[in-house]
Design a protein around this ligand. Sequence first.
Ligand code: ZN
Length: 406
Amino acid sequence: MTFTRSLALVLVSVVAQGCIEPDDVSYGEVASEVSVSTYVRSGCSTAVVLGLSRQIADEVACMNPRALTSFAPGGRLTITSNAVLPYLAPTAKTALERVTANSSIQVNSGFRTVAQQYLLYQWYRQGRCGITAAATPGRSNHQSGRALDVANYSSRITAMRNAGWSHPIPNDPVHFDHTSSPDIRGEDVLAFQRLWNRNNPNDRIDEDGMYGSDTEARLRVAPATGFARGASCNTGFDVGGAKVLSVDGPDRVAPNAHATYSITLQNTGATSWPSTTRVVVADGTASEIYDPASWTSPTEVGPINTAIPAGGTGVIDIEIETPAVTEETPVFAQLALSDGSEQFGTLNVALTVTPNGDHEQSAEAGDQHDDESAHTTGGCNAGGASSGFAALLGPMLFGLVRRRRR
Ligand SMILES: [Zn+2]
């Protein structure tokens, strides 16, 4: 396990594409942090924007406390990647629980923020990550907490339908909608606008919940791990004294292979964490992702090696070895920080082990049709000839080149 400094200075090089504006360095303080646009051309997991996405989810909860509720893996429910933000509309969560009472469900994606949808859409436009189509930011039902992508969909369509989930699109097979839950699309955009204005009082934008060019320009330069000032009410998606701001690592890994997950953590408590702070398996059992080469034991990853001060952030690199499975298998490991006697924060690693190999794929691929209204809200992507053409071609290409999905 190694330890590196927090929030490295990253120079973002941007090539103007379509009508997207090049980065503007006038946004001041955030320019020194890793911005969302850093990931437009690298990586395939939206877990890199978890910190910002959690702030957006928190802000939605501040504005509309009953809009979203969290769900946790366990029992018959598994989560296939670190990018999954485990929130749904309460009625959608209840409908999911009706299914998992009797059937296993592997969740690829639930609630998504505009920051996640922005990256997925940009990756789609570049033909990256196996994403052959994506809803424009602001228009996905995932942004309303009323959609789910299910990895093992093929054997669950009837059970999901019986619980109120529609399976509307033949060529987006992982996607299910729960349209009897409220449509709150736009609230995540409004939440981002409020966060931006709170942190950039000299560069205020309209708080209208509409995804347009002003919002997109700020989203690109927003810090991926979150703003200095977060949600205005503390609803506490913050576990213990450790807040996970991002997880950078692959969603999909071959069996018997090694991978590294760089987890950016914030110490939100009042006590500094010494370098001897240990990362252990939360439930104390031998981990499926135990790496004999780097871990202290099957139940302990090892010390963090460098202190993280109260209020500070740091990056912990966790190396893993995947199990030798022969079928596609989601693996979820809950790790915890420990002072030797007590655990005080959790960090999760979630991935899918892929015997057939899936490099540079996103677990969140798909979803071109989750915008059931096909209505765009203006802004850069609304009327551009190239994006319109791509939107028309998307479903056709999707049928031809769609990757294995089972
Ligand atoms: Zn979906």
